[in-house]
Write a protein that binds this ligand. Structure first.
Ligand SMILES: [Fe+2]
Length: 244
């Protein structure tokens, strides 16, 4: 039996936990090859950008559990996946379908990390919309209330299951939409996220049980519209640049 490092053992256990069936993919050639930056696996969890004791209707215990277990877990898993991809890439005999399993995991974990970072960063506000994004919402949806009703209905449609609601400015169409997203990989192409709502049960079950709609209402009271507006202004410049 060959010696393996603690890190390799941990990575193998994590991958096994992800349902992957990878076997002894490290070899001398792979271990000496330079690691491409794309597979560096050096992501670090971003700290919560707000005081978790100050949210309205969402408990500190839930937020901390969400950050520590779901978000940070995704960051760690992405690092494992990236490093293992580098190893597998150097294995010339590895079947493409085996590589594909881990490429899928790369997409899942990347989606989870990015969306969770958007989610936490758009919390901690007073829930009162303003700025240019509010004017854009009124133009696209007739009124803020109309937009909010659709955003919440889309979230409630995901209650009891999993997914995200992503209010986005589409880089290609230039339109604002509330996109329904069944999982971390399910996004409208070229949609630039402005406001992200986590509808996985881990985001609310501790506080609300199966009453997802109450969580959606609480979420709206804590939206950081300054951050949403900042994202909108950035996205708007990107749309303008693409059209010019
Ligand atoms: Fe989550």
């Amino acid at each position: 039996m060959r010696d393996i490092s603690r890190r390799e053992a941990m990575e193998t256990m994590l991958l096994a936990g992800a349902g992957l069936t990878l076997t002894n993919l490290t070899n001398a050639e792979a271990q000496t090859a330079p690691v491409p930056k794309a597979f560096a696996g050096q992501h670090k969890p971003r700290p919560l950008p707000f005081d978790p004791t100050k949210l309205k209707g969402i408990s500190e215990k839930l937020i901390k559990s969400h950050w520590e277990n779901n978000y940070s877990g995704a960051v760690n898993a992405l690092n494992v996946v990236e490093r293992r991809l580098a190893t597998m890439l150097a294995d010339k005999d590895l079947p493409a379908y085996v590589y594909g399993d881990l490429k899928r995991e790369e997409l899942v974990r990347t989606g989870s990390v990015v969306l969770h970072e958007y989610y936490f960063a758009n919390l901690g506000g007073d829930g009162k919309p303003g700025g240019d994004v509010l004017n854009a919402i009124k133009q696209a949806f007739t009124s803020y209330d109309q937009w909010e009703a659709e955003f919440k209905r889309t979230g409630n449609a995901l209650g009891g299951g999993s997914g995200w609601v992503i209010f986005a400015l589409n880089l290609h169409t230039g339109e604002l939409h509330n996109y329904w997203s069944w999982d971390h990989m399910h996004n409208a192409p070229t949609g630039l996220s402005l406001l992200v709502l986590d509808m996985y049960e881990h985001a609310y079950h501790m506080d609300y049980g199966a009453a997802a709609a109450k969580y959606v209402d609480a979420f709206m009271q804590n939206v950081n519209w300054e951050e949403v507006n900042r994202r909108y202004m950035t996205a708007q410049r990107a749309v303008t640049a693409v059209k010019s």
